[in-house]
Design a protein around this ligand. Structure first.
Ligand SMILES: Nc1ncnc2c1ncn2[C@@H]1O[C@H](COP(=O)(O)OP(=O)(O)OP(=O)(O)O)[C@@H](O)[C@H]1O
Ligand SMILES: [Mg+2]
Length: 259
């Protein structure tokens, strides 16, 4: 009898110890998760700010190299100011994500968001023999955190451009809606994605844009599509891709409408 009681006591003790260890592991896990979140947010901010800094440097250089061309310098400086403002909005929005703050969604005109993205990019697509074809109804609105959807559009447009360099091609941005959803399609006639890579393109750090592969291609960090997916998921939408190597790629985004 005494042995049974002793065994029971020892089992209780073991259980209490396990419970303690479990709680310690749980709190360690929460702490590590918070650190991982900070890591992802830092990468995200750096990546997105870099998308805006490249054209910003080009605008500033244009203004410096043409001090006598007043209208040109003025235009370049206006673009610098616009990109700086946009960069600080992106930063604010990402810090809010990191702090778990809910960000206000609002009705935004999709065509205006697309135009803003093109305004932030420096190099005229026509200079790279890329024709841009936009088919978005003027009155089409989306229910979204606008700065985040601009990030999505910018990443998809930059990927489409990279895929068409140096040959050029056609970039088509189409959108339409049903009673429940808004659909956006971004299509390029670029190099396409190899079937074996399709499953990896939304994974962090997956890139085929190796350093120095070709002078017309910049090196990638493999983060753009990860952020695209995250943002669209956070909006309750979905993103899918269809691609044919050597023919081109279409990214499709579906965003729910508010009830
Ligand atoms: N439109 C496209 N056409 C062809 N390949 C694409 C296209 N979009 C994405 N990819 C492929 O998916 C990979 C991942 O894209 P992602 O945007 O995540 O990273 P990245 O463009 O390589 O680098 P970055 O972090 O600068 O965006 C690309 O390296 C490329 O191989
Ligand atoms: Mg990219």
């Amino acid at each position: 009898m005494t042995r049974i009681v002793e065994k029971r006591l020892s089992l209780h003790k073991d259980l209490a110890n396990q419970q303690q260890q479990n709680n310690a592991l749980k709190s360690q896990f929460t702490h590590l998760q918070a650190l991982a979140n900070i890591g992802t947010t830092t990468c995200m901010v750096a990546h997105e700010i870099n998308n805006l800094l490249t054209p910003l440097t080009n605008f500033a250089a244009l203004a410096l190299n043409n001090p006598d061309d007043k209208p040109l310098s003025e235009k370049a400086l206006q673009k610098v100011v616009r990109n700086c403002k946009h960069a600080s909005k992106i930063m604010e929005s990402m810090l809010a994500v990191a702090n778990d703050q809910t960000q206000e969604k609002q009705n935004s005109s999709l065509i205006t968001l697309v135009e803003n993205v093109f305004n932030c990019l420096c190099r005229d697509f026509a200079k790279d023999s890329i024709t841009v074809n936009i088919q978005i109804p003027d009155d089409l609105t989306i229910w979204a955190v606008s700065v985040q959807i601009q990030q999505v559009l910018m990443n998809l447009i930059l990927n489409a451009r990279d895929a068409m360099l140096p040959r050029g091609g056609v970039l088509t941005i189409k959108a339409g809606d049903t009673i429940d959803v808004v659909q956006i399609e971004i299509t390029d006639t670029g190099c396409g994605i190899e079937p074996e890579n399709l499953k990896d393109i939304f994974q962090p750090f997956f890139t085929t844009k190796a350093k120095g592969k070709s002078p017309s291609q910049h090196s990638g960090s493999g983060l753009g599509l990860l952020f695209v997916k995250r943002i669209i998921d956070e909006h309750g939408g979905c993103v899918s891709v269809e691609s044919k190597p050597a023919n081109g790629t279409t990214f499709k985004i579906t965003l729910p409408k508010p009830h």
